[in-house]
Design a protein around this ligand. Structure first.
Ligand code: ADP
Ligand code: ZN
Length: 518
């Protein structure tokens, strides 16, 4: 293939002067007839990796895509750019489908999007026999893998494509794939690992921050008031919380709307449109929001609740700063969200549950970390930063450590005397000597260390105990009680055989504009 040719098509159809990240290599490899896997961050430009080759090949490129709404958007924007394309999915009438099929048979279509369910039907297979196929593209390819975060059984069956069409190249694309998922995609789709192209996941323009979840609304309000001209997204865990947060922000004079799956398609469409056209400043959304939304100037993303894992977090913050200009990401963290997320996994089969719990745990470590957050994030995707990023809260406000041995001993001895039946909040109450009903009813005020940590604030205690959890000095039972439990290391600390270094907890103000903010 001639690269100049691909470049001139990029200019002609998309108006761009240069390829980005690994686009050119991926396109070259695919056009040479190879099967390839392209891993590119959200907003990196995956679609162009198959759209340009589709224009250069004879025949129709078949693109498998899991989301009907996304398909429609893609096709509309391709058509606007003068690229003949269409989609087939289960929402269409048989006349509509027939007409698309006819156009493909007449070679009047270059790119055809299809849902995996539809692709797997006998009738679609008969149709494929009648047309000239240029290659197959599998979008959101992590869905084939059990190890990915969004496994879809029908994707699992796509391995048959290589058997049915050994001579047609396959390009798989995804934004999120850790090593295990990557290897699994290759194995299932018969893609040689040598043909995997990974673009850097580093989004250097995103300023990463984690805050304790206390007084979230107040902090969010302060943050937005300073950015009255900047659009942003607030991700919440439930439909109800999207509505509550939007309501509370509206009460403070901020134009905010909720977005979740229970709204009608019309309502969702209108929130999206208003947001894209800057008619509303803030969308409070469940994870459903943002897929396929190409708004380049989202200046901030806030996680009101903890996402399920690092992949989801990365994908969601990736919706900020697509234009490459500085953008801010705030994650509000509380251990009770970890517990909530864990409880949501309880219905999964054992093997999947363990994996998802391990993934959640990596996100917990990220949130509680005292080292450069970008290092942790990139490390998760197999990239290693040698320098600290200087664009995350830890780099910009490094915590200082101190000898926390006595403090830890106080907490641990309260756990011993409370017979390992104290929850985190109760332990803090005991340490701070708070005589509430729960404490009095259970006689916890009789514990010898009751009130031994009065001089330390509630927030600081929560933070120190989280650090102790991270260090393995104490454990938490992930059952219905969430009692704190002792570990082998607890006893070492109690016996004075081990020194504990803790980090000073600084409750950073959010009401300060970041120096890198625009
Ligand atoms: P992804 O699917 O990886 O999230 P898209 O394919 O939707 O990303 O592309 C994201 C945005 O980047 C789109 O607006 C696209 O037109 C733009 N884009 C893609 N490739 C280039 C390029 N080489 N130069 C400039 N913009 C590009
Ligand atoms: Zn950093």
């Amino acid at each position: 293939m001639s690269t100049t040719n691909a470049l001139s098509l990029l200019k002609k159809y998309f108006g761009y002067d240069n390829f980005r990240l690994e686009q050119e290599k991926v396109i070259h490899s695919l056009l040479t007839g190879n099967d390839v896997l392209a891993i590119m961050p959200t907003g990196g430009g995956k679609s162009i990796c198959y759209q340009i080759p589709a224009l250069m090949h004879t025949g129709v490129a078949i693109v498998v895509s899991p989301l009907i709404a996304l398909m429609r958007d893609q096709v509309e924007s391709l058509k606007r750019n003068g690229i003949p394309s269409a989609y087939i999915n289960s929402t269409m009438s048989s006349e509509e489908m027939l007409s698309v099929e006819k156009s493909c048979e007449q070679s009047a279509i270059k790119i055809l999007y299809v849902s995996p369910e539809k692709l797997l039907t006998a009738s679609f297979f008969d149709f494929l026999k009648k047309i000239e196929i240029s290659f197959f593209a599998i979008d959101e390819a992590h869905c084939v893998s059990f190890w990915g975060h969004d496994f879809r059984p029908e994707y699992k069956k796509l391995g048959f494509l290589k058997k049915a069409y050994p001579n047609k190249p396959i390009i798989a694309l995804t934004a999120t794939a850790d090593k295990l998922t990557r290897q699994d995609i290759c194995k299932q789709l018969s893609i040689p690992e040598a043909n995997v192209y990974i673009s850097s996941f580093d989004r250097a323009n995103l300023n990463l921050n984690v805050y304790p979840a206390q007084k979230r609304i107040q902090k969010i309000n302060e943050f937005i008031q300073l950015r009255s001209d900047q659009a942003g997204i607030i991700y919440c865990l439930s439909r109800k919380s999207t509505e509550q947060v939007a309501e509370k922000l509206r009460a403070k004079g901020i134009s905010a709307k909720a977005y979740h799956a229970k709204l009608s398609a019309d309502e969702r469409g209108s929130v999206q449109d208003d947001f894209i056209r800057d008619k509303i400043q803030v969308v409070c959304a469940t994870i459903a929001f943002g897929m396929g939304i190409d708004k380049p100037n989202v200046r901030w993303v806030i996680h009101y609740n903890l996402p399920k894992n690092i992949e989801s977090y990365y994908q969601e913050i990736g919706r900020a700063g697509r234009d490459g200009l500085p953008a801010t990401c705030l994650l509000f963290y509380t251990l009770s969200d970890v517990i909530l997320q864990k409880s949501m996994l309880s219905d999964l089969p054992m093997e999947r549950r363990e994996l998802q719990e391990a993934k959640l745990d990596r996100l917990r470590q990220f949130s509680e970390a005292n080292i450069c957050r970008r290092k942790i994030l990139l490390n998760y995707f197999g990239e290693h930063l040698t320098e600290n990023c200087q664009n995350c809260d830890v780099c910009q406000n490094p915590p200082t450590s101190f000898d926390g041995t006595i403090l830890s001993q106080k907490a641990l001895s309260a756990i011993v005397r409370g017979k390992e039946s104290l929850q985190l909040g109760v332990l803090v109450d005991v340490l701070r000597g708070s005589k509430n009903q729960y404490i009095l009813q259970r006689g916890f005020d009789q514990i010898k260390t009751f009130g031994a940590g009065k001089d330390i604030s509630n927030n600081d205690w929560v933070n120190y105990i989280q650090q102790m959890l991270n260090l393995g000095l104490v454990d938490i039972a992930y059952d219905e009680h969430h009692f704190l439990k002792l570990t082998a290391l607890s006893w070492k600390v109690l016996k004075g055989e081990m020194q504990v270094d803790l980090y000073k907890h600084v409750d950073k103000p959010v009401d300060k504009k970041n120096s890198r903010d625009i």
